[in-house]
Design a protein around this ligand. Structure first.
Ligand code: FES
Ligand code: FES
Length: 154
């Protein structure tokens, strides 16, 4: 049975009438029109759907609305400040961190969550945090270079 859930996405509050077990990813894409967050496997295995939920990189395809309710959610659409890209977004451009680009929103959200916790994360920590973010184009070298660039900034 549908219920009303309140979620806060990129600083804006939304009331969504839906089922408690519906994935957050579906609500973001289909109800709120935030299609920057991508559907990959739908099973928690690729992290294309990563958002930041209460500060943690989270797979939105396996996060139900019951879990997401009342949480603070950030998606790729919320990272830039006006025309000013977030440093991690800029680093992906500078280091050619995208080929087809499908995995990139998830990569950027995982990296952003990591660098908020550890702004100058080491290469080892970056690899450890980003390992589950799959890239079908195998652009891992450039993705790592991008996150390292963002981690090296003052
Ligand atoms: S789409 Fe969510 S982990 Fe693959
Ligand atoms: S850039 Fe194509 S899947 Fe990663």
């Amino acid at each position: 049975m549908a219920s009303t859930f309140t979620i806060r996405v990129n600083g804006r509050q939304h009331a969504v009438v839906t089922d408690a077990d519906r994935p957050l990813l579906d609500v973001l894409r289909e109800d709120l029109g935030l299609t920057g967050t991508k559907f990959g496997c739908g099973e928690g295995a690729c992290r294309a759907c990563t958002v930041i939920l209460d500060g943690q990189a989270t797979q939105s395809c396996i996060t139900t609305m019951a879990t997401a309710a009342d949480a603070e959610i950030e998606t790729i659409e919320g990272l830039a400040s006006g025309d000013q890209l977030h440093p991690v977004q800029q680093a992906f451009i500078d280091q050619s961190g995208m080929q087809c680009g499908y995995c990139v929103p998830g990569q950027i959200m995982s990296a952003t969550a990591l660098l908020r916790e550890d702004p100058h994360a080491t290469r080892e920590k970056i690899i450890d945090a980003m390992t589950g973010n799959l890239c079908r184009c195998c652009n891992y070298g450039n993705i790592l270079a991008a996150v390292e660039q963002a981690a090296a900034r003052e």
